[in-house]
Design a protein around this ligand. Structure first.
Ligand SMILES: Nc1ncnc2c1ncn2[C@@H]1O[C@H](COP(=O)(O)OP(=O)(O)O)[C@@H](O)[C@H]1O
Ligand SMILES: [Mg+2]
Length: 354
């Protein structure tokens, strides 16, 4: 999938611009604080209509501005647009000029995978980091996933609120939705995890680090079946009521990553954790490419500067092999391996010069 142009208005520190994006992509080079990440954020926003790094819409908008607008126009002229208005806090999403009723209806028209400097947290961080990553990826890979997840979260919030009020009766009506949507979420995640381990190892081998890693979904296996939920929920009701939360369901699950059978988050070196995280992103790219039958664009933020020369070259080769559009950032041109063969764009104080 290729972006042919990007429109940014009132996005972070970026000067308003209409930028023509080269088909192979480009390298954004500029000092710290110049706006490289802001430009990547703009390119990545119309994927899930959220910030790549999970920032609030308010933080995507230029400080003190009226909101922001972003349009990515694909090489086949389909435009995906997002406008967020500060005064109302509302977001308008359009595909090919047509207003989309819900973000869920607009997914899949623009696909990109982001490699971010904070990615090692996927490996060393808590379970919530990996669940968020899985949820983003599966929302893009499977059209029904996000709607199930949203229904699940809404039911969970209502049920927990009732439990906090000490009112289990009003919690009960949500058990049915929780079971149906929760089972869908759990089974999609499990299905993906069942085949992911081999792909992840493969990506690490391509990066020249054939680590003996393991990847396994951890959660109550019975919960893939909605019929198993009533008994489980009944079993935790007393605890749920005393703590005001639900102790059963995929919102408590994890994707366990191991090295030689031990938790990668505790035994992996910083370097191993970084490479493992890069390999997770490459796996995400494979997952989306297979599910959507199209190559997502790749947005690589300051990742090369963290790697030595050999690792830089291997990653560059792997990204190039993909053949999709590739946008990378680096503070200095020396931080980018030659193998990338990308034209250089200079970014200075929010202004982008091709
Ligand atoms: N919402 C915002 N409005 C205005 N400026 C912002 C906003 N968010 C971040 N900035 C500023 O934009 C500049 C560019 O940030 P960033 O794109 O992260 O730089 P880079 O990735 O090039 O180091 C920084 O000086 C940052 O403080
Ligand atoms: Mg940056």
């Amino acid at each position: 999938m290729q972006a042919a142009s990007l429109v940014v208005r009132s996005v972070r520190n970026l000067a308003d611009a209409v930028l023509d994006i080269p088909p192979p992509g480009m390298a954004l080079v500029g000092p710290n604080g110049s706006g490289k990440t802001s430009l990547l954020e703009a390119l990545g926003y119309p994927v899930l209509f959220r910030s790549l790094r999970g920032a609030r819409d308010r933080e995507m908008a230029r400080h003190g501005g009226p909101g922001f607008h972003i349009t990515v126009t694909r090489a086949d002229s389909i435009a995906i647009g997002a406008t967020w208005t500060a005064s109302t806090g509302r977001k308008r999403v359009t595909v090919d000029g047509v207003d989309q009723r819900a973000v869920t209806a607009a997914l899949g028209h623009w696909l990109a995978v982001a490699f971010l400097p904070g990615d090692p947290v996927l490996v060393y961080g808590g379970a919530a980091e990996r669940r968020r990553w899985l949820d983003r990826m599966l929302s893009l890979a499977r059209p029904a996933y996000l709607s199930g997840l949203l229904r699940y979260r809404a039911a969970l919030a209502q049920r927990n609120a009732a439990m906090r009020r000490g009112d289990p009766r009003s919690a009960e009506p949500f058990d049915g939705i929780l079971a149906e949507a929760g089972a869908a979420v759990a089974s999609a995640r499990r299905e993906w995890s069942a085949t992911a381990e081999a792909g992840w190892r493969d990506e690490l081998a391509h990066l020249g680090e054939p680590l003996a890693v393991g990847l396994r979904y951890r959660g109550d296996e019975a919960l893939v079946d909605p019929a198993a939920w009533p008994e489980r929920l009944a079993g935790s009701r007393t605890r749920d009521l005393s703590r005001g939360q639900t102790h059963v369901g995929p919102h408590r699950d994890d994707l366990v990553l191991t090295l030689d059978g031990r938790p990668l988050r505790s035994v992996g070196s910083t370097g191993q954790q970084r490479t493992a995280a890069i390999a997770l992103r490459l796996l995400e790219r494979e997952t989306l490419a297979t599910a959507r039958q199209v190559r997502p664009a790749l947005l690589v933020d300051d990742v090369f500067a963290e790697l030595d020369g050999t690792r830089q070259a291997r990653l560059a080769a792997r990204l190039r092999e993909h053949g999709g559009q590739l946008v990378v950032t680096a503070p200095r041109v020396e931080d980018l391996p030659r193998e990338l063969e990308l034209v250089r764009w200079d970014v200075r104080e929010g202004k982008v010069t091709a």
